[in-house]
Design a protein around this ligand. Structure first.
Ligand code: ZN
Length: 250
């Protein structure tokens, strides 16, 4: 494979302009209401139907907003279409990168996805669209139609392991990239922070686009605090020009 030239490491901040709340951020729900964190904690979710009811309600509230990809997601997909080798590693579970048009095989979802639902009993997997109508029809905690097991979104909850295959692929991308752009992530939690270490150790240029300071700002060649929806497209446009000039002269 050629590249990836550009690795995008994205966090919640890239999707807030699409209306998706940043649960962990400085003003996030989980800071304001620590109880809400239980809704995404595997142990509580499995043990308590009331937690599951509230968790599904919270998901439905986000889905009801019908979030659309914003200018930042679209600019990444555009860069990919322009021929620059791009890979996306995301902490987000909203599927907005793929919705923006970048092929799914180029997107690694570290924390899984809400676009699918899985059964914790028989491992059946189905599109969320198949379960949504049951929620809409008033089922507070829909069970698996095959085995009666507890259903959950295909996200990695607190207390669950990240997929080692996905992690390994993310590390390989971090090692191989020339440029890593960390966008909308505080870089304070594993594995995002570790991936930045790998990229920098491998000689990649680091660009950070985030409203708040991160522990990696000192290692970055460039730190941008402007709103992501306008600043990221500008950064990607510049990278694309540089890539095209290099291709033309080689
Ligand atoms: Zn099942």
């Amino acid at each position: 494979m050629t590249g990836p030239l550009v690795a995008i490491l994205s966090g919640a901040g890239i999707s807030t302009e699409s209306g998706i709340p940043d649960y962990r951020g400085p003003t996030g729900l989980w800071r304001r209401d620590p109880e809400a964190e239980k809704l995404a904690t595997y142990e509580y979710y499995m043990a308590d139907p009331e937690i599951r009811r509230r968790s599904w309600q919270a998901r439905r509230a986000v889905w009801a907003l019908r979030p659309e990809p914003n200018a930042a997601h679209l600019a990444i997909a555009d860069l990919d279409r322009s021929g620059v080798p791009v890979r996306v590693i995301t902490q987000n579970v909203d599927g907005l990168h793929q919705r923006a048009g970048i092929p799914g095989r180029k997107v690694l979802e570290l924390h899984g996805t809400t676009r699918d639902v899985v059964c914790t009993g028989c491992d059946a997997r189905m599109p969320t669209e198949e379960v949504l109508p049951r929620l809409e029809a008033g089922e507070p905690d829909p069970a698996c139609l095959d085995c009666g097991g507890i259903l959950k979104t295909a996200t990695v909850m607190f207390g669950q392991e990240l997929d080692p295959l996905v992690l390994g692929q993310a590390a390989a991308i971090a090692r191989a990239c020339e440029v890593m752009i960390a966008v909308g992530t505080s870089l304070q939690v594993y594995p995002a922070a570790g991936l930045v270490d790998i990229a920098v150790d491998g000689g990649a240029r680091l660009i950070i686009v985030n409203a708040e300071p991160t522990p990696y700002d000192g290692l970055a060649g460039e730190v941008i605090r402007e709103p992501i929806g306008t600043s990221l497209p500008a950064v990607l446009h510049r990278l694309r020009r540089q890539y095209e000039e290099r291709e033309a002269s080689s």
